[in-house]
Design a protein around this ligand. Structure first.
Ligand code: AMP
Ligand code: MN
Ligand code: MN
Ligand code: MN
Length: 297
């Protein structure tokens, strides 16, 4: 079996539902050899994930998924192979964390106007780390019976034009890439097909990203259809960017974005792992997990 990569995943340090160590154990069970933990706007889960990765025998790549405001669109930039002690990166992430605090209060105020009380405390109860996001509000609203599942709750309350939506005031594209590069990392545009950009706008994004020395495009994503993968592969090879692959796994409640089930990288792309020395291109040693580790999932 070839080396398995998953370069985009979430833990309880942001809006995933597994702890960093449980996530690593699951990745191991799913035969992943190289896993990047890329929580939204923070690196708080990396140390725990790294310790667990050493225990079970897989390579853990320190990452983060940075929220960026690009025009009116929120774009996600994945930083890979980050020095998690770098002060420039930490200061940048801190600013986004503070914006998230303010935004969470504003979301709650807007929901209260629609007679949905207690949303801030409700969402906070679901946030296990320092980051609060729309998914935590979504879980609260589902619990209170305002919607039946994630898809519905976002559509009714949390997307543009709905009562609980607050426009982003995230990093600029330039800031995000500066922080990633200051921390010695490489930048990849996450799930490019999700932004619903026109072909022209998408080309423009890629152009700006490349001028800022961005490295890769996430061609294979848990949130891309087969058609979207082919389209992004073509764009990737034409632009000369490297291609990345990640599940965007958030936990077992999201069955449509599972771990260890990513489609193969299209052959016309150069995968990021073929040219990067920080990715050890070898099959991880098989290490038997103790039964307790399996139960803990
Ligand atoms: P935030 O960064 O707090 O604005 O939240 C963004 C996160 O919300 C994404 O990373 C997804 O985890 C989740 N999300 C966004 N849109 C949807 C949707 N339509 N359905 C389900 N989850 C979504
Ligand atoms: Mn998320
Ligand atoms: Mn994302
Ligand atoms: Mn993600």
């Amino acid at each position: 079996m070839s080396v398995q990569y998953d370069l985009h995943s979430h833990s309880t340090a942001s809006d995933g539902s597994l702890s960093p160590s449980a996530l690593v154990r699951l990745a191991k069970l799913r035969d992943i050899d190289v896993l990047a933990l890329t929580d939204h706007d923070n690196i708080d889960g990396i140390r725990e994930a790294q310790l667990e990765a050493e225990q079970v025998g897989l390579q853990l790549i320190a990452g983060a998924e940075i929220s960026v405001s690009w025009g009116n669109t929120t774009i996600h930039i994945v930083g890979l192979n980050l020095d998690i002690d770098n002060p420039v990166l930490l200061r940048g992430l801190q600013r986004l964390c503070e914006f998230r605090q303010w935004r969470s209060e504003e979301i709650a105020r807007r929901l209260a106007k629609k007679r949905i009380e207690g949303a801030l405390d409700g969402a906070r109860a679901f946030a296990k780390g320092n980051i609060i996001g729309r998914v935590h509000f979504a879980r609260f609203l589902i619990e209170q019976g305002y919607a039946k599942d994630m898809r519905q709750v976002f559509r009714r309350y949390l997307v543009q034009g709905k009562p609980g939506y607050v426009p982003g005031d995230w990093a600029t594209l330039e800031e995000a890439l500066d922080w990633i590069h200051a921390a010695g990392g490489q930048a990849a545009i996450a799930h490019p097909a999700r932004y619903r950009l026109s072909a022209t706008r998408l080309r423009q994004l890629l152009g700006e990203f490349q001028e800022l020395r961005g490295s890769a495009l996430e061609v294979v994503s848990g949130s891309h259809s087969r058609d979207e993968i082919q389209r992004m592969a073509q764009l990737c090879s034409r632009s000369g960017l490297l291609a990345s692959a990640g599940s965007d796994y958030h936990g077992p409640e999201n069955p449509y974005m599972d771990m260890g089930k990513l489609p193969a990288m299209p052959v016309n792309c150069v995968p990021v792992w073929e040219s990067q020395p920080w990715i050890h291109a070898q099959k991880a040693q098989a290490v038997a997990l103790p039964a307790s580790a399996r139960l803990a999932l």
